[in-house]
Write a protein that binds this ligand. Structure first.
Ligand SMILES: [Zn+2]
Length: 83
């Protein structure tokens, strides 16, 4: 089986397979795993969050358009606390 989560194949994916995880809000992490929320929707998450249950996946926030800048860190942490 091809390694879909490693190596050059990632470079062709949007932002090279990396981003901010919508659940744990880790930045610059690989978003190659998916979690299913209670609507049956797939959420792109990091490896750590690939095992979360639907309840946790419901709390996912949209981080798609966030960059990797540290500036966002504070805002993310605030979001995290309110979840
Ligand atoms: Zn995560």
């Amino acid at each position: 089986m091809a390694k879909t989560k490693r190596g050059k194949g990632l470079w062709n994916t949007p932002s090279r397979g990396r981003g901010t995880c919508p659940i744990c809000l880790s930045t610059r992490i690989k978003l190659l795993y998916s979690a299913t929320n209670s609507d049956g929707k797939l959420v792109k998450v990091c490896k750590k969050c690939s095992a979360v249950d639907a309840k946790t996946a419901d709390k996912a926030v949209s981080t798609e358009n966030l960059g990797f800048r540290g500036k966002l860190r504070k805002a993310l942490n605030r979001q995290k606390q309110t979840v």
